[in-house]
Design a binder for this molecule. Sequence first.
Ligand SMILES: NC(=O)c1ccc[n+]([C@@H]2O[C@H](COP(=O)([O-])OP(=O)(O)OC[C@H]3O[C@@H](n4cnc5c(N)ncnc54)[C@H](OP(=O)(O)O)[C@@H]3O)[C@@H](O)[C@H]2O)c1
Length: 251
Amino acid sequence: MKIVVVGGSGLIGTKLVHNLRQRGHEVVAASRASGINAMTGEGLAEAMTGAQVLVDVSNSPSFEDKPVMEFFETTGRNLLAAETAAGVAHHVALSVVGTDRLLASGYFRAKMAQENLIKASGIPFTIVRATQFFEFVGAIAQSATEGETVRLPPAMMQPIVSDDVASILADIAVGPPLNGTVDIAGPEPIRMDELVRRYLAATHDSREVTTDAGARYYGTEVKDQSLTPGDIPRLGPTRFEDWLSGSITQG
Ligand SMILES: NC(=O)c1ccc[n+]([C@@H]2O[C@H](COP(=O)([O-])OP(=O)(O)OC[C@H]3O[C@@H](n4cnc5c(N)ncnc54)[C@H](OP(=O)(O)O)[C@@H]3O)[C@@H](O)[C@H]2O)c1
């Protein structure tokens, strides 16, 4: 198959492109780095010619309310229009578990807008909602740091490693469109404060995590049900502890 991966140079995109090429597919790694800009439309029509599937794993360079909404609305419209013109038969997009429960955040309002455009497009689709990536835990710590203190709520999470996200996305990309949403998550539930505490300990970071039920996650209140997957998620096999020890050995 010919598959276009938008955001093909990113964390998930690089792994997804590699995985699909290993399986023998013709893959276009589309991003500004390869001259394809989903904001302006540059290079889209050419990239899409003859493609059966498009997987959108792009992300906004800015997470501020206005630019992030502009990114997901504009790129969403441009991609879907180019796919319609080229007759692409399956649009796969990576979104976030709980997007509809986190709308107090501008980032999640933008992801919701992206999902709604896909559902209204008429193109057969699969929306894959993932939980937070293991690789994102450092950023969570950073976003909640004041001085030497990291203030976080004890909300339940079920994070997943990027390799497992890429591998599940590759399966879905070569399968039939679900015209629906699938949640994917890691193998184990863990509370946010504890997750970050383990990460900081393993990376010999001296910051202290303070548990605070009222602390916000990127500006949003989160409870146990906010970030955890629905009833029948697909699970990646990699455990956080195994990733921590592996990633630290690799330096
Ligand atoms: N982080 C998490 O824990 C998490 C959890 C669940 C879901 N997600 C979702 O996963 C997706 C991918 O995340 P990621 O961490 O892999 O992203 P990333 O590493 O930041 O990569 C973003 C990609 O988007 C591309 N891009 C940016 N602007 C573009 C444009 N105008 N046109 C075309 N490509 C553009 C970038 O390439 P260039 O700079 O070369 O353009 C890059 O390849 C996001 O949609 C996010 O919402 C993330």
